[in-house]
Design a protein around this ligand. Structure first.
Ligand code: NIG
Ligand code: FE
Length: 434
């Protein structure tokens, strides 16, 4: 349990207790004594920084930071692990609030089929898409699934992700949804980074229920939800609200049932058509509504009067060549906006948040400050982790990116294909990716 150091504690002696000290940081980004819960509209342009800074971690927490000029006199750094960050920028790790990284195998054949002219909808209609992944997942053992997902988790951490939400939704029957959620629980129990679990039983209609969607909805409500709640396997409940999947009324029915089990709502909304998923989500108190390609002015009004975080998934829009969600318009209208990856085998086989940052700037015209905020503080809010990660604040988890030597933070989205991560601090320790 973290206790805030008392005023004046930052002496030679107390610093000897720290485990890790980053010194000579060229620029420390997103520094808040009291961090806001999220940033909306024009606030998204703010990125409070300390130039020539130091930062100390004790156990897994950020415990102190400041300007090198004001560094408390220290003679003996032996007890500390000290990292010289000269020329390097330090920022909070990315918070990826929307992923599906628990899946079996890949779907590169569908990628080729789309290149050759089929649409995502055509592929889904012939039993491909989500149902293809469901078939593979049902045939995969829990241990195999865990190993595949663990490798993806390791990959995204190495790319700078320091907290993540992971969805079920490729099981589509009780046993297989439980298998996915237990894998997510095992990923959480690795204690690498904070993991939030989302139950997405309503991702598609499984083949055994063709022509009987209400029976599948009833199964989710009367069997899956109670079993998942009993094992405490999920934090959130999500629905794919889309033509050919679940409509707004069905979404409401499902989310209300999730709420009764203490699962806060999330929605895949307005991705391929206007589905009224935003309205349904906001009415059910959703923590986020995600995708939003077909979000219109009326939806923005609904969002303005809510605590729901609109979340853009630029990798999926790119990979499926969808029209772009109106992220710029939303921010200009005063809304908060988050960006996440949607890492999944069908619509975004990448969880590289730095690439998402570049897309946010290049395609959606977010400034680098807005893009950084959208994928740290705001995306942390979208998984209820805003008090734990997303800014440089005393008491928050020390999950930090140390960049290579770069000229300014604008270089991060600009050099869109270059890694630029020199080292990662995860839970207050240097992350070793082996
Ligand atoms: O977020 N839109 C629905 N679900 C996923 C795609 C799932 C898949 O194709 O496997 C998404 O894009
Ligand atoms: Fe998704």
């Amino acid at each position: 349990m973290y206790t805030k150091p008392r005023q004046g504690d930052l002496s030679f002696n107390s610093l000897l207790m720290q485990k890790l000290l980053l010194k000579n940081i060229k620029s420390l980004l997103s520094v808040y004594e009291h961090a806001p819960q999220k940033l909306a509209g024009a606030e998204m342009k703010q990125l409070p920084c300390i130039e020539n800074a130091w930062l100390a971690c004790e156990a897994d927490r950020i415990v102190a930071y400041g300007r090198m000029d004001d560094f408390p006199g220290i003679m003996d750094w032996k007890e500390l692990e000290v990292i010289d960050c000269s020329g390097k920028i330090v920022l909070p790790c990315f918070a990826d609030s929307h992923t599906h990284i628990v899946y079996a195998g890949n779907r590169e054949q569908e990628f080729v089929d789309r290149i050759n002219g089929l649409s995502y909808e055509d592929i889904a209609k012939r039993g491909g898409g989500i149902l293809n992944s469901a078939k593979k997942l049902r045939a995969c053992s829990e241990d195999d699934l865990f190993e595949q997902a663990k490798a993806r988790l390791r990959e995204i951490i190495s790319q700078g992700t320091g907290s993540v939400e992971i969805k079920s939704g490729y099981g589509l029957d009780l046993a297989s949804e439980l298998k996915m959620l237990r894998v997510i629980k095992r990923l959480k129990d690795l204690n690498w980074i904070p993991v939030k679990a989302t139950f997405l039983g309503a991702h598609a209609l499984p083949p055994e229920f063709t022509g009987n969607k209400q029976a599948y909805i009833d199964l989710i409500i009367s069997e899956m939800l109670p079993a998942i709640a009993a094992e405490k396997l999920a934090d959130f409940m999500d629905v794919f609200c889309e033509q050919g999947y679940f409509n707004a009324d069905e979404t409401t029915q499902l989310l209300e049932a999730g709420n009764k089990h203490g699962l806060k709502a999330k929605v895949h909304a307005e991705q391929m058509s206007h589905s009224n998923g935003i309205k349904a989500g906001v009415a059910c108190g959703a923590i986020s509504v995600d995708h939003l390609e077909y979000c219109n002015e009326a939806d923005m009004e609904v969002l303005k009067n809510s605590s729901t975080m609109p979340t853009i998934l630029p990798g999926a829009a790119l990979f499926l060549s969808l029209q772009l969600p109106p992220a710029r318009k939303m921010i200009d209208a005063g809304l908060a906006v988050a960006f996440a990856s949607d890492f999944n085998p069908g619509s975004c086989p990448s969880g590289n948040m730095k690439v998402m940052m570049s897309l946010a700037c290049i395609q959606y015209k977010l400034t680098p400050e807005e893009a950084i905020n959208a994928m740290s503080i705001n995306s942390a809010y979208a998984m209820n982790l805003q008090n734990e990660v997303g800014t440089i604040t005393e008491g928050k988890l020390a999950n930090l990116i140390i960049t290579t030597e770069i000229s300014s933070y604008g270089f991060l989205p600009y050099a869109f294909g270059t890694n630029l991560i020199d080292q990662l601090v995860i839970s207050g320790k240097i992350w070793n990716n082996d």
